[in-house]
Design a protein. Structure first.
Length: 365
């Protein structure tokens, strides 16, 4: 089979257009890699090698030298993985962060390890890990238990999993801030932004409607809009659970722009959040130009590219961004850059604020 027919080749950096680059880490194996391997009927290891990550020597952007054609990418998000799992877990909308759900997840994990059911085991490990990883701990003893239990899931240490299952279930109370079941809906992040740009009167977001700060912005008196993403590279109308469309969670008081950021003519937002969306597009410069044409200040959340638990840039993401890359963006658009919001790093993400401080900014937190 000629597998090259599924890919588009990128000979230069999609951000700065430099052709100078170096090979970096392969994408890691996870749910999306396994799913795409099945769709294309390609060996998983072959697929991973095909989607090699490269790093631009000029601006530092990590991107795929070979990437899926748009038709295939659209198929992934509209047919094969139409529901955004992390989005629906935000704010524990589906009540998956509960003692009952964790008990069920651990039982499935134990059974799949004992039976060595590879497919079930992969799902059970991810499912259990995501819940345990989000448990808030207070004492050093609790932190140690959580750390060891996560390691036992990764290493399939069934004796430790069974022996300590009731201890970890009893520990579950509220989700840790910025972890999977809380995500980015946090007032501390909102106030951090206002510290640098002043009061946000007009707030917007693009990407997933379930895991941002729309409600917090409304609570703070901001007028809000939500801008849908491009459905050929992101989740869209098919992102439904129990016949409930994700964008129905936005609320009537938030204006919903369904045709994407390119339809935002004449808007001038105080702040636009692009949360875990920029790494999906093969035209990041075009998206950033449009973002700065409608907003004075832009906040970007992206996966940490140096996270030792997740080496490289995952297969469903076209690009990976770091401080050097964002410094290039800030200079290009004549913006200041802040990447010092450390609280979010526990989630494996970074927050970059590209901003133009007003002359009279005086926001006290």
């Amino acid at each position: 089979m000629n597998i090259n027919k599924f890919f588009t080749k990128f000979n230069s950096c999609p951000l700065c257009n430099s052709k100078k680059r170096s090979v970096t880490k392969y994408p890691y194996k996870h749910r999306y890699a396994e799913q795409i391997s099945k769709i294309l009927n390609i060996d998983l290891n072959t697929l991973i090698k095909k989607t090699q990550n490269v790093k631009c020597n000029n601006c530092g952007l990590i991107y795929k030298s070979l990437w899926f054609k748009k038709e295939l990418y659209k198929l992934i998000f509209n047919k094969y993985v139409p529901v955004h799992p992390k989005g629906w877990d935000s704010g524990n909308i589906l009540n998956r962060f509960s003692k009952k759900s964790l008990k069920k997840a651990i039982n499935l994990l134990i059974n799949s390890i004992k039976s060595n059911n590879v497919e079930n085991k992969g799902f059970a490990k991810r499912n259990t890990f995501s819940i345990v990883d989000s448990i808030q701990t207070n004492s050093n003893l609790e932190k140690k238990l959580k750390k060891n239990y996560l390691l036992s899931i990764i290493n399939e240490n069934i004796s430790y999993i069974e022996k300590n299952q009731f201890k970890i279930i009893d520990l579950l109370n509220i989700p840790e801030r910025f972890k999977r079941f809380s995500n980015f809906s946090d007032e501390k992040l909102f106030y951090h932004i206002q510290k640098y740009i002043g009061k946000i009167k007009y707030y917007g977001e693009v990407g997933c409607p379930l895991w941002g700060m729309l409600q917090i912005a409304k609570n703070n008196g901001s007028k809000t809009i939500f801008i849908s993403g491009d459905e050929s590279i992101f989740w869209g109308k098919k992102c439904q659970v129990k016949k409930k469309y994700c964008c129905s969670e936005i609320g009537k008081s938030t204006k919903f722009i369904k045709k994407g950021i390119n339809s935002c003519k004449g808007k001038k937002l105080d702040f636009l959040g692009i949360f875990v969306y920029l790494d999906h597009t093969t035209q990041p410069l075009k998206l950033l130009k449009k973002a700065f044409s409608v907003a004075n200040n832009v906040g970007i959340i992206l996966a940490e590219t140096k996270n030792p638990g997740f080496p490289g840039v995952s297969i469903q993401h076209f690009s990976g961004w770091n401080n050097k890359t964002m410094s290039y963006v800030a200079k290009k658009f004549n913006k200041k850059l802040n990447y010092n919001f450390k609280d979010i790093k526990v989630s494996g993400y970074n927050f970059f604020l590209l901003y133009q401080p007003p002359p009279d900014v005086d926001v006290h937190l």
